[in-house]
Ligand binder design. Structure first.
Ligand code: MF3
Ligand code: CO
Ligand code: CO
Length: 256
């Protein structure tokens, strides 16, 4: 079994990996414009991670995934595969999900980008989904339960008439990409794993305008909303401290 409580030395490595993952998202923003392909975005991120960061793109080859990042546009919930044939157009919303490995440890983070000007509905979805992530992060501390996080996310999403995807969840992370504990983005307070100092995990809510059901495309990776409604996701990797948490993948633009 993997060790769920990290030592200070391991958390220092997580901090470095987390910062690198965040820096990839900071770097790629200026390229996310109408006319660029998701294949080109993937190539830019791949080269930045490998050549500039001397790190490893964790997604590349992970369970057979063919690219270095996930690019999930509009009704794609997660795990969209970058392609030179997929060209961004005005009004699209896109999630870019980056995981890097540095010195054996993983940093995993994603954010939403607007391509040109979004619809009012898309802007609301993206903003509320980010608020869902932040509301969960705010309550992380030793002694709470994973279900408390899911509950906070679900209440906020449903207050705005959105739905929480059930089929994918946040996860423990360290020298292993996906490990215990599971962090569901819906649920009941007081249920699930008790959060302890030294745990590292992601929170990565996927929120839909329509209902929460998903469908896996024949490529066996791309997950879409069953009703083709818009979906958004934001993700951070964090480490639990004595009094709260440290967001290991925080970007400069964030006030966390
Ligand atoms: N980064 C995703 C996550 O948040 C996992 C992507 S797996 C891949 O857990 F193989 F699709 F890249
Ligand atoms: Co993740
Ligand atoms: Co991710």
């Amino acid at each position: 079994m993997t060790q769920l409580i990290k030592t200070p030395e391991q958390i220092e490595k997580m901090r470095i990996a987390g910062r690198l993952a965040a820096e990839v998202l900071e770097m790629i923003g200026e390229y996310v414009k109408p006319g660029i392909s998701t294949g080109a975005l993937d190539q830019i991120c791949h080269d930045y991670i490998v050549q500039h960061q001397n790190a490893i793109p964790a997604c590349l080859g992970y369970r057979g995934f063919p690219k270095s990042i996930c690019t999930s546009i509009n009704h794609v919930v997660c795990h969209g595969i970058p392609s030179n044939d997929k060209i961004l157009k005005k009004g699209d919303i896109i999630n870019i999900d980056v995981t890097v490995i540095k010195d054996g440890f993983h940093g995993d983070t994603s954010k939403m980008f607007f391509v040109g000007k979004p619809s009012i509905q898309a802007e609301r979805l993206v903003r509320i989904t980010q608020e869902c992530l932040y509301k969960a992060i705010e309550i992380v501390k030793p002694g709470i339960h994973a279900g408390d996080l899911g509950h906070a996310i679900q209440v906020h999403a449903e207050k705005h008439r959105f739905s929480v995807v059930r089929d994918y969840c946040g996860h423990g992370i360290g020298d292993v990409f996906h490990e215990e504990p599971q962090i569901l983005h819906f649920g009941t307070p007081g249920t699930g794993v008790e959060i302890q100092e030294g745990m590292c995990f992601t929170i990565e809510p996927m929120i839909n305008v329509g209902d929460y059901h998903t469908k896996l495309l024949p490529d066996q990776w791309t997950v879409i909303t069953k009703d083709r409604s818009l979906s958004a996701q934001w993700e951070h990797t964090l480490a639990v401290t004595a009094t709260g948490c440290e967001v290991l993948t925080r970007r400069k633009e964030e006030m966390l």
